[in-house]
Ligand binder design. Structure first.
Ligand code: AMP
Length: 284
C-alpha cells in the first residue's frame, strides 16, 4: 500500500490508474478508524478496482467551540488497518496541502442543512462540501463510500454531486453497531463508563419509534413528539439535542410515501452522539 501526502502525487497516481482502465473507489475519513470505516473499505474492495482511503481531520467542518484540536488521532494504527483491509492508497495530507490562504472560493450549502446537525453545527456542512470537492478533484473516484450513520451528510453529499455534476456514484453503507446497538463512532471513547452503559437506549428508542410509525400510522409530527418524550424519559445522563422525523434525502418536514429519517443527537458530558433509522415503506 502506498501512503501519499502530496496533492500532485495522488492526482498523478489516479490518472495513471485511470489510463489503465481502472475504476477508483474512495473512502473519505477523519481517521481513528473502527469497524464502521472498515465496512466502507470492504464495500469498496468488493466493488471498485483501485481503492483510496483518505485520513484528514478537516478543520473547516469544526465550529470554533468544537473539538478539532482534541479529535482523536492515531495515524500508525489507522495505517495498519487500511493496509490490512487491502486498500491501495492511504492519502494523508497535511492541512496546508489541502487549504491555502490563497483559496478564494467559499462554498455554502443552501438546502438540507437548516435541520438536524446543521442547526446545532452552523457551517459544518459548508466545510464538508468544501473538503469533499477538493478531495473529489484529487482522487477522481467513480464511486465514493459513505456511512448512513451520518445520513444528513449522505443527503448533502448527494446534493453536492448532483449540483456540481461530479461523475461519481455515492454508495451508502449501513451503520455498524456495537453488540448492544450503539453506533460505532471515533468519539465513543469519550463516554464515561456510566454514559456508555446508558447510550444503547438511543438506538433502542429509534427502533421503538420505527415500529410505532409503522403500526399506528401517526402523522410525522405526532410520532416525533412521542419518540422524543420516550427518549427524554429514558436518559438520565444524556440530554436530547434534537429528535426529528423528516423526508429523506430532502430533509423536509413533509409527509412522503418515500423514505423518511428518524434521527437524533444526544449530548453527554464530553461528546455528542448521533444516530438515525431510515424508514421506507418497502422494508420488512
Ligand atoms: P468520519 O471518520 O467520522 O468522518 O467517518 C468517515 C466515514 O465513515 C463517513 O462516511 C461515516 O459515515 C462513516 N462511518 C462512521 N461511523 C460509522 C459506522 N458506525 N457505520 C458505518 N459507517 C460509519
Amino acid at each position: 500500500m502506498k501512503v501519499i501526502k502530496n496533492a500532485q502525487e495522488i492526482q498523478r497516481f489516479v490518472l495513471e490508474q485511470k489510463a489503465k482502465g481502472h475504476k477508483i473507489g474512495f473512502v473519505p475519513t477523519m481517521g481513528f478508524l473502527h469497524e464502521g470505516h472498515l465496512s466502507l473499505m470492504r464495500e469498496a474492495k468488493r466493488t471498485t478496482d483501485i481503492n483510496v482511503v483518505s485520513v484528514f481531520v478537516n478543520p473547516a467542518q469544526f465550529g470554533p467551540n468544537e473539538d478539532f484540536e482534541t479529535y482523536p488521532r492515531d495515524f500508525e494504527h489507522d495505517k495498519q488497518l487500511v493496509e490490512a483491509a487491502g486498500m491501495d492508497v492511504l492519502f494523508y495530507p497535511s492541512v496546508e496541502e489541502i487549504y491555502s490562504d490563497q483559496d478564494l472560493i467559499q462554498m455554502t450549502v443552501t438546502k438540507r442543512t437548516n435541520v438536524l446537525c446543521g442547526t446545532s453545527r452552523p457551517g459544518h456542512f459548508d466545510g464538508v462540501v468544501t473538503v469533499l470537492t477538493k478531495l473529489f478533484h484529487l482522487v477522481q473516484p467513480s464511486v465514493a463510500y459513505f456511512g448512513m450513520k451520518d445520513a444528513q451528510q449522505v443527503a448533502v453529499v448527494q446534493g453536492l454531486i448532483d449540483t456540481l455534476k461530479f461523475p461519481i456514484r455515492i454508495q451508502r453503507v449501513q451503520t455498524v453497531r456495537e453488540s448492544d446497538g450503539l453506533a460505532k463512532s471515533s468519539r465513543n471513547v469519550r463516554l464515561s463508563t456510566d454514559e456508555r452503559q446508558e447510550a444503547p437506549v438511543i438506538y433502542q428508542t429509534l427502533q421503538w419509534g420505527r415500529d410505532l410509525m409503522k403500526q399506528e400510522g401517526l402523522s410525522m409530527s405526532e410520532a416525533e413528539k412521542r419518540v422524543r418524550e420516550k427518549l427524554e424519559a429514558s436518559l438520565k445522563l444524556g440530554k436530547v439535542d434534537y429528535l426529528t422525523i423528516l423526508s429523506y434525502p430532502e430533509l423536509e418536514p413533509k409527509e412522503t410515501s418515500g423514505e423518511k429519517i428518524l434521527a437524533t443527537a444526544v449530548f453527554y458530558k464530553n461528546v455528542r452522539l448521533i444516530d438515525n433509522i431510515i424508514i421506507s415503506h418497502q422494508e420488512d
